[in-house]
Design a protein around this ligand. Structure first.
Ligand code: MG
Length: 165
């Protein structure tokens, strides 16, 4: 019997370089470094999209928004998230909740988290309460610790809204 509940997980990394913009969860983070990317490089939204697509059985972000396409050059990742939610709803699912872990050594983003929750909730047409966001350093270890990159993990729970066939 098919479950009315579906989970998905996602992971994304972007390289950091001096003088670029750093976008995370749809919010611009004040920092001297930013993400090297085809899009705006919002690793958190990309991980979240993959978690949603995975839960809905819709493969992954690269299948729907290829980074070889000029259409997605420099694109605001919130647009990708909105399109992802449309696909999820079209398939008969609604978001239960999502939870995100941001991994970056610097800067501290704790004070930006409420704004990030609001921003994602607006894009996803859900309550901010349904979006968990936490941030961690990696204690100076690895590429995150050396400030060479930013990583994000996301999980999502979807609930079937249409009667099961
Ligand atoms: Mg990405």
């Amino acid at each position: 019997m098919a479950s009315p509940f579906r989970i998905g997980n996602g992971y994304d990394v972007h390289r950091l370089a001096d003088g670029l913009e750093l976008w995370l969860c749809g919010v611009k983070v004040p920092h001297s470094k930013g993400a090297v990317a085809h899009s705006d490089g919002d690793a958190a939204i990309h991980a979240l999209c993959d978690a949603l697509l995975g839960a809905a059985g819709l493969r992954d972000i690269g299948c729907h928004f290829p980074d070889t396409s000029a259409e997605y050059k420099g694109i605001d990742s919130k647009i990708l998230l909105k399109r992802t939610m449309s696909m999820v709803r079209e398939k008969g699912y609604e978001l239960g909740n999502a939870d995100i872990v941001l991994c970056l050594q610097r800067p501290k983003v704790k004070d930006l988290i409420p704004a990030m929750q609001q921003c994602l909730a607006r894009a996803m047409q859900t309550d901010a309460d349904n979006i968990g966001i936490k941030a961690t350093t990696t204690e100076t270890l690895g590429f995150v610790g050396r400030e060479e990159g930013v990583a994000a993990y996301a999980v999502s729970l979807l609930v079937k809204t249409e009667p099961r066939r």
